[in-house]
Design a protein around this ligand. Sequence first.
Ligand code: B3K
Ligand code: ZN
Length: 877
Amino acid sequence: VQVHYRSDYRPYPYDIENVHLAFDLAPNATVVDTTLTIQRKADADGEEPLRLDGVDLELLLIAVDGKELDESEYRLIDDGLEVLNPPARFTLTTKVKISPDTNTSLEGLYLSSGKYCTQCEAEGFRKITYYPDRPDVMSTFTVRIEADAKEFPHLLSNGNRIEHGDLEDGKHFAVWEDPYKKPSYLFALCAGDYDLLTSSFNTMTGREVRLEIYVDKGKLDQCHHAMESLKKAMKWDEEVFGLEYDLDIYMIVAVGDFNMGAMENKGLNIFNTKYVLASQDTATDTDFIDVEGVIGHEYFHNWTGNRVTCRDWFQLSLKEGLTVFRDQEFTGDQTDHGVKRIEDVKVIRSHQFAEDAGPMAHPIRPDSYIEMNNFYTVTVYNKGAEVIRMYQTLLGRDGFKRGLDVYFERHDGQAVTCEDFVRSMEDANSYDLKQFRRWYSQAGTPEVEVTSEYDADKRQLSLNFKQSCPVTPGQEEKEPFHIPVKVGLIDELGNDIELKALPVNDADAQVEGDIVHLKAAEQSVTFDDVPEKVIPSILRGFSAPVKLRYDYSLSELIFLFAHDSDSFNRWQAGQELFSRVIFDLCDQLNSGIDLSFDESVIRATKNLLDDSELDGQFKSLALTIPGVSTLLEQVDTIEIDHLIKARNFLKRRLAEELELDWLLHYQTNHHVGDFEQDKESVAKRALAGTCLSYLMTLEKDSVYQLALKQLDNANNMTDASTALQLIVHSNYADKIKVAEDFYQKWQNEELVVNKWLAIMASDPSDETIDRIESLLDHPSFELKNPNKVRSLIGAFTGANPSQFHRADGRGYEYLARQIKALYAVNPQVSARLTGAFNRWRKFDEGRQLKMKQQLQDILSMPELSKDVYEIASKALQ
Ligand code: B3K
Ligand code: ZN
């Protein structure tokens, strides 16, 4: 296998001045005619052949300046071709044949329910034609599409449609021209018979942009939220960042078969239906927010990704980290920043920390890869967004904005690097980011240990910080990071006291406002004028993606849970409280003693539940016990059965002790009657759901009846799916009948069926494996469809720890079988599934052996895709 290294970067020796593509669409024999105007760069070596990428293409013709080449003039090589002795300036024509119908990888040009679409990022364009398929080769594209007029009335590509008309034999054509230079990964083509929703947006300079959303027939009524979201995103980017859309048309096409969420192709986004379609009946409140977020994300890419793109794929976080940060801020502005922050940090703690501590650990700017698609990770995306957020913390909102302005001024129309971004931030603010750059080069989650000392005579409190970062693959030694730690000091009454940091000589150890700039491996700061009993609140707002350790007493945590003015740390205190109880319970299970925990935890929970000042959404988050994957990242090794048992014990005890409270809050928040989707109604549904989930652990018939009633009477998918999940995941005797009825009712709504599959797969009961075995043959399931695979198999591995980690190994066997069935069909999705084994070393010996065996089996498969090979082989290293 070939490993690609960041340090090997060399510019492409040619400019491609423009690209003409002509598609004659046919399921098994699409013909692509390509004409490239090519100019050798002044400093390039003329002896070198011209290299083009190409995969799974049947070459029908190749010509230079109109003259067909004979076999001595070019050479087919692995994954490409070379033109030997090319002139300094010429046009290259190729004609290739491809087969969209048999393309199950969903990369390149493929068919999804009878409609053509493309996915080119990262390296899918080479499955369409011969081309230098790398992001630093930018060109203007003209695209002609020809197809049957009845079957494919809409023929779409990037930019503006400049021509269209009818042809013989019932065919028609359209020609599209994109005036902006772009890399091949942003190319898109769609052809099919869709329903179309149109609208328009007036930009800040008064231009009218036509907005179009194309969906499967019959789904038009589920597109309005996406359209509104798009307009909000366009407006938001103008208002917050002064960024205006640049074409006269913006199109979104929704497809049911898609490897990820969506794709930001210039002027023609292609979306997974999951992030477009939403209606009260079929989508949950979370789905609505996710649709808005992903629509925003892809729209924001038009500037951060498309206008300024990446020089090479190692720089992926340049566009993804920045764009995730932008979509997080957008969603925060539309909803609630405190709640949004907690949701985002949950992803970091449960998924990114796991990745950073496992065999796939890589810096946000990786140094090498085997398959680029494996590096669209929570590290590149979400930790990347945390790094961008830290700029804003260090430089302030204005400073960050100034840095972005310089970035766009300097690099609009270019393919650049993370280093170019850092320099823009530095230059715009005259701020030294030398040490900060280590966030780009070092993998692993830094650990920050803090102790405090109080000097009663001087009334001074010192915080002593120690930072370290664990070893990660290929990185033995780590240098200290520049970590902005936001702190507060809370007095006995729960109020923040004013921070007066003592000046220090060491310029590296400064405190600015409430930010401690941690730069050395060990560092102390002292605050003056501090009353005796203050409690430090550290890493407020999760100001850096690190693991913080501070030895709070139980009562201090409870105090913070009740009083911290920083809503993130208030939530965090509760999470730490619950975690601590769970790990204590694990110890008790290990020593075989009766389980118990401090009563004060119950009171703290009740106080939070009863706090009438608090927003319901926040309450719901604060009352949710950390999930198993988050808990796993807090310890080195774990007896998983004990962990799950301890977690269930805590939840049930809280349910028993506070039964009437949960019930009361369920009743006041659960709403029957007209459906509203304002912030307050959404919050109430969330809190009611949390209360009901506690009550369900009581296994009482009266509670089952409540859940059944909620399901039967629901006029929205949030209430319905919450109730269904609680019933299916309980021991209610008739649960399977309930599940079947739900399926019958929704069998024609694919996205709802996917929720149903995920609920079935995440049922913690022992029968689940048998059930999901048979679901593989159920009409609702289709191995070729990534959404189905994620719903059934992804939910099993990701949301069903007790069954996936069954001691008998059947969970591991099940997963391995699916990977083996899928790797040749869809390499990307099967590689994702394989990642579920990444943390195998954390488990007991028996489970370790079983997971390891499955990984070895997978590696021994014939013609294993390099996607799966990379994940499995790294896991075993
Ligand atoms: N840029 C795409 C992701 C492409 C993934 C390729 N395997 C979607 C996004 O981040 O907006
Ligand atoms: Zn993105």
